[in-house]
Design a protein around this ligand. Structure first.
Ligand code: ZN
Ligand code: ZN
Length: 100
């Protein structure tokens, strides 16, 4: 089965199929799921039947650094995004506050 990356076309359907087979869809993991948790990387994967979105597979990334490279990548991305927003806020305050 062709591997898909998060965000790619068809990723959702692909990860649903993997989870149905009891396999972890995290990039480079391929671990087995036990009770919705990957025994290899520690991420949570389960299938939700949503009335609005149909069948979806929410991902609960493992919060322990170094356990799952996929979760680490996501965390790094979020940290970068937070930094960008903080910087934007700082410069907006510096420009927009007439009392300074
Ligand atoms: Zn995994
Ligand atoms: Zn993982």
């Amino acid at each position: 089965m062709e591997e898909r990356r998060r965000g790619e076309d068809g990723y959702a359907a692909w990860s649903l199929r993997l989870i149905e087979m009891g396999l972890c869809p995290c990039e480079g993991c391929g671990g087995h799921l036990e009770g919705g948790i990957c025994i290899s990387c520690g991420c949570g994967h389960h299938i939700d039947d949503s009335r609005f979105y149909g069948r979806i597979a929410p991902w609960i990334p493992n919060h322990v650094p170094g356990r799952c490279s996929d979760a680490d990548a996501r965390r790094a991305e979020e940290a970068r995004e937070r930094e960008r927003q903080a910087r934007r806020r700082d410069s907006a305050e510096a420009l927009g506050d007439p009392r300074r």
